[in-house]
Write a protein that binds this ligand. Structure first.
Ligand code: SF4
Ligand code: SF4
Length: 234
């Protein structure tokens, strides 16, 4: 009797399991497909910008890059993927300067950890989202990232900030007019009208001296009692 009940419970269990599987299959049959038909869809394929395909060194239209050959990326690379080869040149002023000669990157060793990009102080390297890097020879995975004849992009010198007139007047009021040669009698500076003073000029609107002029408090000199407590008792 027990064998007959076991037979039927097993039979119904199998049918239930089959129906569960069929329900999942039927549901998946009608969901939207996400499979990419690569390489047939190469023309329309969208690769996310943040995908790390290979390391590159961007150059501008003047064939200039931002790498100073400091070697920080090479030091931070955990598996020796980067080789920064520098050379020393003499500038027009006669100073010696280290510049980048060759920046060698071995794509075959790279783990795409991004440490080199994060630690570069000049933002000279980035990851490109190219991905079709498969080739038959490993040696072809070793690349020079700086272009032939490229050079370091010179930083533009920022002009000195122009001191606004109220501040210049205030400085003259506090320190005297230093623009005149030594020995020239100082002419008294007229107080600046409050309406002429801008909020961010650093000058108190009711007084013609800067807000941040501080005065030092000179500590009182020590008495003999401070130096020798016994004398105080006597
Ligand atoms: S890529 Fe950046 S970290 Fe590497 S050598 Fe050039 S400036 Fe230095
Ligand atoms: S991504 Fe990582 S492994 Fe690749 S070169 Fe940069 S630091 Fe080295």
């Amino acid at each position: 009797m027990s064998s007959v009940s076991e037979y039927f419970s097993g039979l119904f269990g199998g049918i239930k399991s089959l129906l569960t599987g069929m329900r999942v299959t039927w549901g998946e049959l009608w969901t939207k497909k996400i499979t990419e038909q690569y390489p047939e869809n190469r023309a329309t394929l969208v690769i996310p910008d943040r995908f790390r395909g290979e390391l590159v060194m961007p150059h501008d239209d003047n064939n200039e890059h931002a790498c100073t050959a400091c070697g920080i990326c090479q030091m931070n690379c955990p598996n020796g993927t980067i080789q920064v080869i520098s050379k020393t040149i003499e500038t027009e002023e006669g100073k010696k300067k280290k510049i980048l000669d060759r920046y060698i990157y071995d794509l075959g060793l790279c783990t795409f950890c991004n440490l080199c990009v994060i630690t570069c102080p000049s933002d000279a390297i980035v990851f490109a989202n190219t991905f079709e890097n498969a080739i038959y020879t490993r040696s072809k995975l070793v690349e020079q990232l700086n272009h032939e004849g490229s050079k370091l992009r010179e930083k533009k010198k920022e002009p000195k900030p122009v001191v606004s007139q109220p501040v210049a007047k205030a400085e003259a009021a506090v320190h005297g007019d230093n623009s005149k040669p030594e020995g020239t009698p100082q002419t008294p500076v007229e107080p600046i009208p409050a309406q002429d003073i801008k909020e961010d000029s650093g000058i108190h609107p009711e007084q013609n001296y800067p807000k941040d002029v501080t005065t030092k408090t000179v500590p009182p000199s020590k008495t003999e009692a401070d130096i020798d407590p016994k004398k105080d008792k006597e």
